[in-house]
Design a protein around this ligand. Structure first.
Ligand SMILES: Cc1ncc(COP(=O)(O)O)c(C=O)c1O
Length: 475
């Protein structure tokens, strides 16, 4: 930080005294030499501060009588703050509010079969026993108040052993956030400025897209195939553009469900080293495989320290908990805690409840049970989708995560289909939310984890009926 000129200090002090009324209107200011002595500064410093205050109309000099405090200029006649200008000039309005729209559907129509939200099963949460941990934590509430800025120490410790990575061996390498969305917000703020280029898979998690766009990032998209991000395309991009960071969901990617192969993980890390490119690895779905365990995380293969790891309890327990975390080097965590401090800390009740849940070894059995249910649910949804293949629907069976990502035949408009289905009581999300505007948009995403079996059957029957009658709806 540069040193502020001394006259600034004098100027600020006098200005404050005038504005606060400590030096009333009309009062005589001390002569330059006397004030210089009182404040222990040079006379020149006082002259400069006085002339600045004079130029701004705070004081005036009258020949032979000295300097006086002037009445402040009248306030502008415009009595209200001009919100219109703020509204129209804000970058926040340039992009659609996908997150808010999606959440409002669930709130305003709770009876709707919900394939739209990326949420875990309401039934699995009830069976997890987590509510009991919230209750017993709440009973001890008096002693908690706020946790540390970096998060609850017990939870940070639990997370180090849960992640089981050589690279993350201390709680000091972990920062608790209000969901991974806040983690992405903080990391973007730390690593980039408006106008900077960043790289992400395309399609990508819509919350990240909305966030990056709203913060003024220029997005360099990399397509994905069944092996995950196309590293050959990435290599070409890196040779031509300088990007601030790369954001990726390499494991059971949202929305496609694809997983980056081990071979591509190694190539990605090698490129990150070659181009000194930080990687934000969003690992939200790692523990939600339907068959085999996924390849190791990028962070656990990272020898350079370029990877910053992000995860969340939103998919393991429930999203309203708003607890996520970042893991990285001590230095990065220290910097991020400066940003986290600006919003104080993450809610302490939830953190303590999760820490207790983990220390009782309750998370792993909950996930085993959950995966079994999700496997059955994915099969049920797949059974209905199989029948839609004859209409030209195409998709890959997911190996984990929460979603079916479905390409529609050309004659069906995804958004129109979504609106008609909503009217009939079933919701899902449109592919355009996960893509930059100019990209292809004939996809829909169906979440198979949130609704229990019978609701999946009901929702898929509605979808099939709507498609059967699609000429009547002029789709
Ligand atoms: C890949 C990915 N990252 C982050 C999030 C946001 O999670 P959180 O609720 O922890 O903010 C989601 C939610 O759908 C997601 O799919």
């Amino acid at each position: 930080m540069g040193r502020k000129p001394i006259y600034n200090k004098v100027y600020n002090q006098l200005r404050y005294q005038i504005l606060s009324g400590e030096l009333p209107i009309g009062s005589l200011l001390p002569p330059e030499r006397k004030l210089a002595e009182q404040m222990g500064v040079s006379r020149n410093t006082i002259v400069r501060a006085y002339s600045e205050l004079e130029a701004e109309g705070f004081i005036s000099s009258r020949r032979g009588s000295g300097r006086f405090v002037e009445p402040l200029p009248p306030v502008s006649t415009f009595s209200r703050f001009n919100w219109n200008d703020t509204y129209h000039s804000s970058m926040l309005n340039a992009y659609p509010s996908h997150m808010a729209d999606l959440l409002s559907v669930g709130i305003s129509q709770p009876q709707m079969v919900n394939f739209a939200h990326g949420h875990g099963g309401k039934h699995t949460l009830a069976e997890s026993g987590f509510a009991e941990y919230v209750r017993s934590t709440a009973a001890q509430l008096n002693s908690y108040y706020l946790t540390a800025v970096e998060g609850d120490p017990a939870l940070r410790e639990q997370l180090v052993s849960w992640m089981g990575m050589e690279q993350i061996s201390s709680p000091e390498q972990v920062l608790i956030t209000s969901g991974s969305q806040e983690a992405l917000y903080m990391l973007t703020t730390l690593l980039a400025r408006p106008g900077d280029a960043i790289i992400t898979e395309m399609p990508t998690y819509f919350g990240s897209l909305q966030l990056f766009q709203s913060l003024g990032m220029k997005i360099l998209p990399v397509p994905v195939d069944q092996q995950g991000m196309r590293i050959d395309v990435l290599e070409g991009l890196l040779a031509r553009y300088r990007a601030r960071f790369l954001y990726t969901v390499p494991t059971f990617h949202n929305p496609t469900g694809y997983t980056l192969s081990l071979e591509r993980r190694r190539r990605l890390l090698a490129l990150s080293e070659k181009y000194q490119l930080p990687i934000i690895e969003d690992d939200a779905y790692r523990h939600l495989h339907l068959e085999h365990e996924p390849p190791p995380s990028l962070k656990s293969l990272d020898l350079s320290g370029n990877v910053i790891y992000v995860n969340t309890f939103s998919k393991l327990l429930f999203p309203g908990l708003r607890i996520g975390w970042i893991a990285g080097s001590r230095q990065v965590i220290q910097l991020l805690s400066k940003i986290k401090e600006l919003s104080i800390s993450t809610n302490s009740l939830g953190q303590r409840a999760v820490a207790a849940f983990m220390s009782d070894q309750a998370l792993a059995p909950h996930l085993r049970h959950t995966r079994r249910l999700y496997r059955e649910q994915a099969e049920t949804m797949g059974h209905y989708l199989e029948k839609l293949k004859r209409l030209g629907f195409s998709y890959e069976k997911p190996a984990g995560g929460f979603y079916y990502w479905i390409a529609l035949p050309e004659e069906i408009d995804a958004r129109q289909l979504m609106l008609v289905c909503r009217r009939h009581g079933v919701s899902f999300t449109c592919g355009d939310m996960f893509l930059l505007r100019e990209a292809e948009q004939r996809f829909i995403r169906l979440c198979y984890t949130h609704e229990p079996q019978e609701q999946i059957e009901r929702g898929m029957s509605i979808l099939a009926d709507v498609l059967q009658a699609r000429k009547e709806f002029s789709l």
